[in-house]
Design a protein around this ligand. Structure first.
Ligand SMILES: [Fe+2]
Length: 335
């Protein structure tokens, strides 16, 4: 307990009010990304927050704890993980005019079962030397034979690529998506392996010319002495879906657990997280994009160019995940 919360608790009990309860958060995110925004919340409200970093088995843990779970909120990344928590029945709907006004409808779950807090775009890292400006503008184009032997990506069965393929399905249907996945596979410079930054390293090493990756990795690479060179060999291109869409985005988000012993305080934290102050802090920590319109971008993120996010409903993408996985396996994308 900080001095401030101690004083507030003391003041509350002196006038016969109940002391403010702590909020308990289970998070799969690195604590360093979350702590700054949590500290800002505690400073403003006097409500203490206990962060439990749960790297593996978050859903299983919530299911096992059931009604006795001490967790009020869950903070995680990727629509697949948010959807999995909801499907497991361990979250509760939250009705909040603040959250509904702040977060676009396509970035929150039905009935307030989850809310996006930040967005990340899945973009192309393009070799400054070997890819001309304007040479790649759409996702569809990646299946064109002109990219033969020039594309790198992490495995197609990774959640990030499954969400992207789910978006292809949402825009063009399953048959097109299968042909697209086959086309991209035919253009790969090497078997998919490693993470998004590893692909940029491959571009730096001359093994390929473009790679799929999330935007925030650019921020992570420029902050890393070894990876800075990789980052400097590429620029970010924001592909869009032809005709009907923008750049594919995924999110980090929050959901209230079904058990939530400290519901009122937890809701206060959720609403704080969409305040301009919190949005700026939280997005900047991992070089992400805020979800609340009008929040200023960090200078670094702004320097990458203009993002026009695809506006497809993320719940629809979650619904196409199984088809996307089946397609990746059928075309043996990672083989
Ligand atoms: Fe990531």
């Amino acid at each position: 307990m900080t001095l401030r919360t101690l004083l507030l608790a003391t003041a509350a009990s002196a006038v016969g009010l109940p002391a403010l309860a702590d909020v308990n958060v289970y998070t799969t995110r690195q604590p360093g990304l979350i702590q700054p925004v949590i500290d800002a919340f505690t400073a403003q409200t006097g409500i203490a927050v206990n962060l439990a970093f749960v790297e593996e088995g978050l859903v299983e843990r919530l299911v096992a704890e059931g009604d006795r779970s001490p967790a009020d909120l869950v903070m995680t990344v990727d629509i697949a993980n948010l959807h999995q928590i909801v499907e497991a029945g361990v979250t509760q709907p939250v009705a909040s005019e603040v959250l509904e006004a702040a977060i676009p409808e396509n970035l929150r779950g039905p009935d307030g079962l989850w809310f996006a807090l930040t967005q990340r775009a899945r973009i192309l890292y393009a070799s400054k030397e070997r890819v001309a400006e304007g040479e790649v503008t759409t996702y569809e184009d990646l299946a064109d034979p002109k990219w033969q032997g020039r594309i790198c990506t992490r495995p197609g069965t990774h959640n990030y690529n499954l969400a992207l393929l789910a978006a292809v399905i949402a825009h063009h249907g399953e048959d097109y998506a299968r042909t697209w996945a086959e086309g991209v596979k035919a253009n790969l410079a090497k078997t998919p392996e490693g993470n998004d930054r590893g692909q940029v390293r491959s571009i730096w090493a001359g093994e390929c010319d473009v790679s799929l990756g999330n935007t925030y990795y650019m921020g992570q690479m420029v902050e890393d002495p070894e990876q800075k060179e990789w980052a400097e060999s590429v620029r970010i291109e924001f592909p869009t879906f032809e005709e009907t869409g923008g750049t594919h985005i995924n999110v980090s988000g929050v959901a209230m657990t079904k058990a939530a012993p400290n519901r009122e305080e937890a809701l206060q934290l959720m609403e704080f997280l969409v305040s301009p102050e919190a949005q700026a802090i939280y997005a900047e920590e991992n070089h992400e994009y805020p979800v609340v319109a009008g929040t200023e971008l960090s200078d670094l993120v702004a320097s990458w160019g203009e993002l026009t996010p695809d506006t497809i409903d993320l719940t629809e993408l979650a619904g196409h995940r199984a088809e996307a996985l089946r397609i990746m396996e059928e075309v043996n994308f990672d083989g």
